[in-house]
Design a protein around this ligand. Structure first.
Ligand code: HEC
Length: 461
């Protein structure tokens, strides 16, 4: 029986937010009609009396349902107190106004007019408080322009627009805070400390709640915050309680990730480390691409002048951008035309921009390679089928970004390892049909485990 009563109360209470609009409408309309009647000198008393009566009845109903809803708990006590009693005042004043209007109560007309003004004010106040109760105190001004929000005392809120660069997105500030804000802070803030816990700031989170620490850095499953959001939803201790929208699976995963990775308050997404599962979640929820970017995607160079590019083309090269959104270029000797070696010096004008260079089969010797001097934005270099030796390659020593080097069909020998060792970004080297022996190729591979040494079929067979 008790249970049934309780459920009925809960059921009816949920209608409060709907019913509450009726008295607002009726009573504001009554005020408006009264204004019009005075301005136009019309007698609208009958209509206004009906509006006031409807408003009073609806206000009483809203109060009753509101009372039932408040019984559910989980609301900020002081806001609830004022919302409740200002709401009751609305009901009382509207009854009085109706009694006066319908001639059942004699009051000075001035008093009646003031009561209508007071009514409008009371409605505004309790309506605002009610909004705060359901949506949290930041709701109204959340998207207000900053000057307005500052004037009205709203709390400043950071933009949750995530930059598309995962290096600049902070896990706590940009991902965890907005989650806590939307699902937890309405009950865990500096004024409303459910469980004596404030989740608004780093200090407050570290201070914990009634039962001590709520996070254990590096261990999500020992963290009270994580335990509470992963209980069965019908558990009394489940957060958020009272049938409020729980965290989604992905949101729970994000909190777990943050806690497991040490609950750092400052690290970026990339610094925190993104495992495949999180990579997917971050891409899905935030459109964040957490694949490490290649050098040419990260770096910026000025555009090469079109004159310089035209000169290269005239000399027998292809010269074109490698992607629409950056200024790096690819320069390639046309297969069918021979180039005049003196045209290699044209490369000097674009040495910052060239990142892919193909000069295979150009009859280059060691001394010709001096044009590579300073082309340290190279990421791919094709020198195949040129009569060059290790000595000529000294010029590319220490190139920081070189990832792929093709020495197929050149005269380099096993000592090319001395050059390869100095290339920190090297991922692939082609040595097939060079003077490097099988054994030397195997030694090079052993010395450079992160590099894919391609010595041709003869090596693997
Ligand atoms: C509707 C209000 C409400 C919301 C929303 C809410 N909580 Fe709570 N929370 C409570 C109440 C009430 C308690 C105290 C009773 C208890 O411990 O279960 C509490 C207690 C806690 C505690 C235990 C504190 C301690 O030391 O005892 C943690 C942790 C917690 N909440 C985390 C969260 C998290 C995380 C969220 C968001 C996913 C959240 N809460 C959302 C009302 C809320």
């Amino acid at each position: 029986m008790m249970l049934l009563e309780f459920q009925l109360a809960g059921f009816l209470g949920r209608f409060h937010p709907i019913v509450v609009h009726l008295p607002i409408g009726f009573l504001l309309l009554a005020g408006l009609a009264e204004l019009i009647a005075r301005k136009r000198n019309k007698n609208l008393d009958g209509a206004i009396s009906i509006m006031l009566l409807s408003g009073a009845v609806a206000a009483v109903l809203a109060v009753v349902l509101g009372w039932l809803l408040a019984g559910e708990g989980g609301y900020d006590e002081s806001t609830l107190f004022w919302h409740r009693w200002v709401g009751v005042a609305v009901a009382v004043v509207s009854i009085i106004a109706w009694l006066v209007k319908s001639g059942q109560l004699q009051l000075a007309s001035k008093t009646y007019q003031i009561s209508l003004v007071v009514l409008v004010l009371l409605i505004a106040i309790t309506g605002h408080l009610g909004g705060n109760l359901t949506h949290g105190p930041n709701y109204l001004l959340e998207y207000a322009p900053e000057p307005v929000s500052a004037l009205l005392g709203g709390t400043q809120k950071q933009n949750i627009v995530l930059a598309d660069d995962p290096d600049s997105v902070k896990v706590y500030e940009h991902i965890i805070v907005p989650l806590l804000e939307s699902k937890c802070m309405e009950c865990h803030n500096e004024t409303k400390l459910k469980g004596d816990l404030n989740l608004q700031t780093q200090e407050a989170i570290l201070a914990g709640g009634d039962n001590g620490d709520v996070i254990v850095p590096g261990n999500a499953h020992e963290s009270e915050i994580f335990k509470r959001i992963t209980l069965r939803p019908d558990n009394k201790k489940f957060m958020p309680p009272g049938g409020k929208t729980p965290l989604s699976y992905n949101e729970v995963k994000l909190i777990e990730w943050w806690l497991e990775s040490g609950a750092d308050f400052d690290k970026s997404v990339m610094e925190t480390g993104v495992e495949p599962e999180m990579k997917f979640v971050l891409a899905q929820l935030y459109g964040l691409d957490t694949d490490p970017k290649s050098y040419v995607e990260r770096a910026f160079v000025e555009a090469a002048s079109s004159d310089n590019l035209t000169q290269l083309v005239d000399a027998g090269f292809y010269a074109q951008p490698i992607a629409a959104n950056n200024n790096f270029i690819e320069v390639k000797k046309k297969r069918t035309t021979d180039i005049d070696k003196s045209s290699l010096k044209l490369m000097d004008n674009v040495k910052q921009q060239v990142t892919w260079l193909h000069v295979g089969g150009a009859g280059l010797t060691d001394t010709d390679l001096s044009f590579l001097q300073g082309m340290d934005n190279l990421t791919r270099l094709h020198l195949e089928n040129n009569p060059i030796t290790t000595a000529g390659l000294k010029v590319i020593e220490g190139f920081p970004h070189l990832e792929s080097l093709n020495l197929y069909g050149t005269e380099v020998t096993g000592d090319v390892l001395d050059i390869l060792k100095t290339l920190p970004s090297l991922k692939k080297v082609y040595l097939w049909q060079s003077k490097v022996t099988r054994e030397e190729a195997a030694q090079i591979q052993e010395a450079l485990p992160d590099v894919d040494v391609d010595a041709g079929i003869s090596l693997s067979s």
